[in-house]
Design a protein around this ligand. Structure first.
Ligand SMILES: Cc1cc2nc3c(=O)[nH]c(=O)nc-3n(C[C@H](O)[C@H](O)[C@H](O)COP(=O)(O)OP(=O)(O)OC[C@H]3O[C@@H](n4cnc5c(N)ncnc54)[C@H](O)[C@@H]3O)c2cc1C
Length: 336
C-alpha cells in the first residue's frame, strides 16, 4: 500500500509529556519528535490540508494530493502550552517557555478543570514545587465521574496529601484565554472567589474539523467532533474515514481511544484494498466502560483504572509516570 501522510507541523507533539514539560521544559527535546524518521516506506508531505473530496486532499497552497482512501485525523487543539493550534512548533516552544516562567514566578496556581490534564498538572506542580499553593476546580461533584468512584476518591486523597486544594462541584464564572498566562481573581459558582498568580484553563480539547467542511452530509456532535458511521466514515463518501480526536466514534479524545481505532482501521483498510466488501467487515466497537486510564501525579504517585481494578502509585509510575511513554514514542517515530 502506498501511504502519504500530510502534516503541517515539523514535529509530532507527544501530548502526555507536555503537562510535565510545563514544569520541566527540558522534556520538550523528547516530547517534540521530528517526523523525518517516521515512514520507512511512504512519504510525509509537510503542508496544510484545506479540504477533502473522494479523490484526495487539496492543500492550502492549491496542491492536489491524490488518494484512493483518505483518513481524516486532524485532531484537536488545547491550551497554548500543551499543543499548537497551527502546527507552529517553534511557537509551541515559546508558549512553553512563557507558561513555565509564569509558573516559576507564581506562588498561587489555580487550575480550572479537573479532567486528566488538569488533575495531572496539579500533581506535577505539587510534586516539583511543594511550596506553591495549588487549587484544582472540578465542575463535577467528584473527580473522574465516568469511572468507578474509587479512582476519583484515590486521586483526590493523594492530591490532598500533596497539599493541593481540590474544589468539586463548582464552575468558574469566567475563564481567562488559553493563549497567554494570566493571574487574577476567579469567581466560582459556589460563591467563592479565588485569587491566583497563574490561572490555567484545563477545560478540554476542541476538535479541528474545518478540513471536513466540504464533505457531503457531514454532521457534528454536541462536543464539536464529526459524527461517523459504524465504519468510521464521516460523510456519504465510501472511501473517506475519520479517526482520533476529530471523530465522534464513541471514544473519549484520548490516545487510549486511538489505540483501539487504529488497529481496526488498519485491518479494515487492508481488507478493503484486498477486495473485501465493507459489509463483510465487522463495524468498529468503541471502548465503552472498559476504557483504561492512567493518571500520574508527578513521577512517583498516581492512580489508574484498568480492566476492572483501580490501581495505585506503583503501577501508575511504572506504566506511565516515570517515562510518560517518551521512550516508546521516540522509538515509534524512528528517533534513535
Ligand atoms: C496535555 C495533554 C495530555 C494528554 N495526555 C494523554 C494521555 O496521557 N493519554 C491519552 O490517552 N490521551 C492523552 N491526551 C489526549 C491525546 O493527546 C489525544 O487524544 C491525541 O493526541 C489525539 O490524536 P489525534 O491524532 O487524533 O490528534 P492530534 O494529536 O491533535 O494530531 C493531529 C495532527 O494533525 C495535524 N493537523 C491538524 N490539522 C491539519 C491540517 N489542516 N493539515 C495538516 N495537518 C493538520 C496537527 O498538526 C497534528 O499533528 C492528552 C491531551 C493533551 C492536550
Amino acid at each position: 500500500m502506498d501511504v502519504t501522510l500530510i502534516e503541517r507541523a515539523s514535529h509530532f507533539t507527544h501530548a502526555p509529556a507536555m503537562i510535565r514539560a510545563m514544569v520541566d521544559p527540558a522534556l520538550l527535546d523528547r516530547a517534540l519528535i521530528p517526523y523525518d524518521g517516521l515512514l520507512k516506506r511512504g512519504r510525509v508531505i509537510r503542508g496544510e490540508a484545506a479540504s477533502i473530496d473522494g479523490t484526495g486532499v487539496t492543500l492550502a497552497d492549491g496542491t492536489q494530493i491524490a488518494g484512493d482512501t483518505i483518513v481524516l485525523a486532524t485532531g484537536s487543539s488545547n491550551s497554548a502550552p500543551f499543543k499548537s493550534a497551527t502546527g507552529d512548533i517553534e511557537g509551541l516552544r515559546a508558549d512553553n517557555a512563557h507558561w513555565n516562567a509564569a509558573l516559576r514566578d507564581a506562588s498561587r496556581v489555580l487550575i480550572i478543570g479537573a479532567g486528566a490534564v488538569g488533575t495531572e498538572l496539579a500533581g506535577e506542580i505539587a510534586h516539583a514545587h511543594p511550596e506553591k499553593k495549588v487549587t484544582l476546580v472540578a465542575s463535577d461533584p467528584a473527580l473522574f465521574p465516568g469511572f468507578p468512584a474509587k479512582l476519583g476518591a484515590s486521586l483526590a486523597a493523594k492530591l490532598a496529601a500533596m497539599g493541593v486544594e481540590v474544589i468539586t462541584g463548582a464552575r468558574a464564572q469566567t475563564l481567562p484565554g488559553r493563549d497567554r498566562p494570566k493571574g487574577g481573581t476567579v469567581a466560582l459558582s459556589n460563591g467563592r472567589e479565588i485569587e491566583a498568580d497563574l490561572i490555567v484553563p484545563a477545560v478540554g480539547s476542541r476538535a479541528q474539523t474545518s478540513v471536513a467542511d466540504a464533505l457531503p452530509d457531514v454532521d457534528r456532535a454536541a462536543d464539536g467532533r464529526i459524527k461517523v458511521d459504524g465504519y468510521l466514515r464521516p460523510s456519504t463518501l465510501p472511501n473517506v474515514f475519520a479517526a482520533g480526536d476529530v471523530a465522534a466514534a464513541g471514544d473519549a479524545m484520548t490516545i487510549v481511544g486511538i489505540s483501539r481505532q487504529k488497529p481496526w482501521l488498519e485491518k479494515t483498510l487492508k481488507s478493503l484494498a484486498a477486495g473485501k466488501r465493507l459489509e463483510e467487515i465487522k463495524p468498529y466497537a468503541p471502548w465503552g466502560e472498559k476504557a483504561p486510564i492512567l493518571v500520574p501525579l508527578g513521577p512517583k504517585r498516581g492512580s489508574s483504572f484498568m480492566m476492572v481494578a483501580t490501581l495505585g502509585d506503583w503501577v501508575t509510575r511504572m506504566m506511565k509516570g516515570r517515562d510518560l511513554f517518551l521512550t516508546k514514542y521516540n522509538k515509534l517515530l524512528g528517533r534513535a
